[in-house]
Ligand binder design. Structure first.
Ligand code: GLA
Length: 549
C-alpha cells in the first residue's frame, strides 16, 4: 500500500471511528484519542512494547470506541550520522521505526512520534538519556520531517521545548512557527502537531498546531489532576475550530481513586482535551477500562462542535461547567458539577444559569441515572433547579435537554478572548485571571490595554432577534484609567475612571452602562484602550430594554 493510500484509509478510519455515529458531517477533527508511552515507561520503550500496546488497544475494544493513536514519546533516539540523519536506538528499536509505524498502521491505527524544538530532548536532561543530546529538531527541521513523516510514515508529532528553552533560549512563537513550517513543507501528508511548552503559549499556537500543552507534566496523584483543571479553567476562548488545549496524557489505571478517575476522564472530556491513555494497557482493571470506554462520555469529548466547557458558576468550593454539544445554542448541553474539595458538596443550580428553561431532563453519563430537576418557588430561586450531591474529589457529568434555550444576561470576563494572553510568565504586566473578592465568578481579568493587540473580546454576545440593549460593564475602579468599548467593530462607548487612590484592601466595583443596538445572532463586544491599561474587568451584563426602539 502506498503512503497516499494509507493516509486516505487513515483519514477514513479517523472520520468513521469518532463517536457517536452521526448523521451530520464532522465539522472539525476532534481531539485525538489514543495511547502514549511516556507516563508509565519514560525512555524505557522498545519495538515489542509498542507492538503489545497496539495489540491491546485493538483487543480491549479501545480502538472501537475511538482511541486511534499509538504515540511513541521520548526515548527512541539513537544517533545522528555524518549527514545528520537520525538513527533509532539500536537496542530499543533494532529494526528501526518504520517497521513499528507500519505495524501500528496495519492494525488500523495512527502512529505518533516525539521530538524537541531545540537540540536536546527532555530525556537527555531529566532521564539520563544521552542519546537525546543533539537529537532535537534544531538545525535538522526539514531533514527530520522528511524522515519521520515521509520515510517512516508517522501521522502525529509532539514537540517538546527542553532543548529550545534551557540550552538555546529561543523565542517560542518564532521557533515553533519555523518548525511547523518545515513539517508542513516536508511531511508529504497532513500531520497533527502538538506543542509541548508546559504552559499556555499564546494565541499563535492555534494557527500552527492542533493542540498545545497548558501545564507542567501530569502525575498520577489527585493534586496534579486538580492543578491541571485549574490551569485550563478559563482557557475555553482560546480553543476551538479543531484546535485544543492539551491537559496532558491520562493517568487512568495508575493509582487514582475511582471518583478521581471519574473527575480526570470527565473533565478531559468536558474540556475537549486530547485523550492519550498513559498506562500499560495490559494492566488496566475492569472499572478503569469501562470508564475509558464510556461512549456517552467520549461523545462529549469528540462532539462535532469541538468546544471547551467554561465555568458557568461557582457554588462554594465547587464549579459548574457547561458547553454546547451537537448544535450551537441548541437545547442539549453538557454540564459537569465538579467538586475539588475534600468533603461532599451539594449543588443547586438554577437551569437559567445554564441558559435553559422549561421542562428539562438531566442524565448522568457515568452512572446512567437521571438527575433530579425540581421546580422551586422561593424569593431566592425561582424556576427549575438541578440538585445533586457530589462526593469529595468527585464529579457528575450530565447531558441536559430542555424545552427552551434562553439568552445569557451575564458574560464573565474570564470567558473572553484575550489576544495578548499567555502563561509563559515573561511579560512585566501579564494579562491575567486574578482572584478578586466580590467579583462574580471570583475572577477579574487584569492588565488588558496599553496597545491595540491587548484587548478583551466577547465574541458571542447573543441576541435572539436583535434590538436595543443596555450593556453594563462591571469593573474595579482603582486608578485613573481609560476604557473604550467597540460593538461589532464600531466604537460605542468611552469612559475615564474616576478613582485616583483607594483605601488599602478596599475593592471598589463600578458599572459603566450604555445603550446599544445588537444584531440578531452573535455580536462582538471588545474592551480596549490604546494608551493606558483598562481597569480590571469582572463581567458584562446584557439586558434587553423593554422600551427598545
Ligand atoms: C517533557 C514532556 C513530557 C514528556 C517528556 C519526555 O517533560 O512534558 O510529556 O514528553 O518531556 O522527556
Amino acid at each position: 500500500m502506498t503512503a497516499k493510500q494509507r493516509n486516505f484509509i487513515g483519514f477514513l478510519f479517523f472520520s468513521l471511528s469518532v463517536l457517536p455515529c452521526r448523521v451530520e458531517a464532522q465539522q472539525f477533527a476532534p481531539p485525538i484519542m489514543g495511547w502514549s508511552s511516556w507516563n508509565t515507561f519514560h525512555v524505557n520503550i522498545s519495538d515489542s512494547l509498542i507492538r503489545t500496546q497496539a495489540d491491546a488497544m485493538v483487543r480491549l475494544g479501545l480502538k472501537d470506541v475511538g482511541y486511534t493513536h499509538i504515540n511513541i514519546d521520548d526515548g527512541f533516539f539513537g544517533w545522528r550520522d555524518a549527514s545528520g540523519e537520525m538513527h533509532p536506538h539500536p537496542q530499543r528499536f533494532p529494526n528501526g521505526l518504520k517497521v513499528v509505524a507500519d505495524y501500528i498502521h496495519s492494525k488500523g491505527l495512527m502512529a505518533g512520534i516525539y521530538s524537541d524544538a531545540g537540540a536536546n530532548t527532555c530525556g537527555s536532561k531529566y532521564d539520563a538519556d544521552d542519546h537525546g543530546f543533539g537529537a532535537g529538531l534544531y538545525g535538522h527541521e526539514e531533514q527530520d520531517a522528511r524522515l519521520y513523516f515521509r520515510d517512516w510514515g508517522f501521522d502525529f508529532i509532539k514537540i517538546d521545548y527542553c532543548g529550545a528553552g534551557t540550552w538555546l533560549d529561543l523565542e517560542e512563537q518564532k521557533r515553533y512557527t519555523a518548525v511547523c513550517e518545515a513539517i508542513k513543507k516536508e511531511a508529504g501528508h497532513p500531520v497533527s502537531i502538538n506543542i509541548c511548552r508546559w504552559a499556555f503559549p499564546g494565541v499563535w499556537a492555534k494557527n500552527i498546531a492542533t493542540s498545545w500543552r497548558i501545564s507542567r507534566d501530569i502525575l498520577p496523584n489527585w493534586s496534579s489532576i486538580k492543578y491541571i483543571i485549574e490551569k485550563n479553567m478559563y482557557l475555553s476562548a482560546f480553543a476551538g475550530d479543531g484546535h485544543y488545549n492539551d491537559m496532558d496524557m491520562l493517568e487512568i489505571g495508575r493509582g487514582l481513586k475511582p471518583s478521581e478517575e471519574e473527575v480526570h476522564v470527565g473533565m478531559w472530556c468536558m474540556m475537549s482535551s486530547p485523550m492519550l491513555i498513559g498506562c500499560d494497557l495490559n494492566k488496566l482493571n475492569e472499572s478503569s477500562l469501562a470508564l475509558l470506554k464510556n461512549r456517552e462520555l467520549l461523545a462529549i469529548n469528540q462532539d462535532r462542535l469541538g468546544l471547551q466547557a467554561y465555568v458557568a458558576l461557582r457554588q462554594g468550593p465547587g464549579y459548574v461547567f457547561v458547553k454546547d454539544i451537537k448544535e450551537r445554542r441548541g437545547l442539549t448541553r453538557a454540564v459537569a458539577l465538579y467538586n475539588p474539595a475534600d468533603t461532599a458538596l451539594s449543588f443547586e443550580v438554577p437551569l437559567s444559569e445554564l441558559e435553559l428553561a422549561g421542562k428539562a431532563k438531566a442524565k448522568d453519563v457515568i452512572s446512567h441515572a437521571e438527575v433530579k430537576i425540581e421546580t422551586v418557588k422561593s424569593p431566592a430561586m425561582n424556576g427549575n433547579v438541578l440538585k445533586a450531591t457530589v462526593p469529595a474529589h468527585g464529579i457528575k457529568v450530565m447531558t441536559i435537554e430542555a424545552k427552551q434555550r434562553i439568552a445569557p444576561t451575564r458574560y464573565e470576563a474570564e470567558w473572553a478572548y484575550l489576544p495578548a494572553y499567555n502563561d509563559l510568565g515573561k511579560r512585566k504586566l501579564p494579562v491575567g485571571f486574578t482572584k478578586v473578592k466580590g467579583s462574580s465568578g471570583g475572577i477579574c481579568v487584569s492588565n488588558v490595554g496599553g496597545d491595540m493587540d491587548n484587548t478583551l473580546v466577547w465574541k458571542h454576545v447573543w441576541s435572539e432577534q436583535g434590538g436595543t440593549y443596555k450593556l453594563r460593564i462591571r469593573y474595579v475602579d482603582a486608578q485613573r484609567l481609560t476604557m473604550k468599548v467597540m460593538v461589532n467593530g464600531k466604537e460605542a462607548y468611552a469612559l475615564q475612571t474616576s478613582q485616583q487612590a483607594i483605601a488599602k484592601n478596599q475593592i471598589d466595583f463600578k458599572e459603566a452602562a450604555f445603550e446599544i443596538n445588537l444584531k440578531p445572532g452573535d455580536n462582538e463586544v471588545k474592551l480596549y484602550s490604546p494608551l493606558t491599561l483598562i481597569p480590571a474587568v469582572d463581567c458584562l451584563y446584557v439586558d434587553k430594554t423593554v422600551t427598545g426602539k
